[in-house]
Design a protein around this ligand. Structure first.
Ligand SMILES: [Ca+2]
Ligand SMILES: [Ca+2]
Length: 194
């Protein structure tokens, strides 16, 4: 008799706990994915970015799930880039964004106003739970030195890598810094944050 009361109590606790956990985001089942967009010649592992937001973009998808793998709607998510290698400058509002998950537990972020070259990853958190960051993505940019302006120092850098395989200045992802890249560079000269 006593054992069965204990068993019923234990089951009740588990049920309550299960209900409670059902609404909590889980780092082990939630995901952060990124892809480069806006430059058709480049694969999704590369994004080509101008601080003025008029080149490509990084599109980040965060999917929030509970420990059972169920998607969680109406959850507020923070998403932010973090530098893995290279030097970057983020325009106001581009260093962290916040939005709410849809009915599929998903929320989408676009990062397009920044400068610099190198590897970024994207992190996210929700209700204090920090998710595993995205895979890294390589950023190419006419803002070579990452000060949020395409200026003379960037032109000097560009000239220094002309006709090499420098990835930072290969804006059309054909493997070489050439005349096409220079025309693109010139079109973004003096661009800065919006
Ligand atoms: Ca610059
Ligand atoms: Ca090129």
């Amino acid at each position: 008799m006593r054992n069965s009361v204990l068993a019923i109590g234990l089951i009740a606790i588990l049920l309550v706990a299960g209900t409670a956990f059902a609404g909590i985001p889980s780092a082990s089942t939630s995901t952060v994915e990124r892809e480069g967009q806006g430059t058709p010649e480049c694969n999704p592992d590369v994004a080509v970015i101008c601080p003025a937001s008029d080149m490509g973009q990084v599109y980040v998808t965060v999917t929030v799930r509970n420990v059972y793998g169920d998607p969680l709607a109406d959850k507020v998510v923070n998403c932010y880039p973090s530098v893995v290698s290279g030097g970057f400058c983020f325009c106001p509002g581009e260093d962290s964004k916040q939005d709410t998950t849809d009915s599929n537990g998903q929320v989408f972020f676009t990062f397009s106003d920044f400068g610099g070259c190198g590897d970024l990853e994207f992190g996210a958190d929700c209700e204090g739970v920090v998710f595993n960051p995205s895979a890294t993505i390589y950023i190419a940019s006419p803002d070579n030195n990452g000060d949020c302006t395409v200026g003379l120092p960037d032109f000097i850098s560009f000239a220094g890598v002309y006709q090499t395989a420098d990835a930072c200045s290969d804006f059309n992802c054909d493997g070489t810094v050439g005349i096409s890249d220079f025309i693109i560079f010139a079109g973004h000269y003096n661009h800065t944050c919006p």
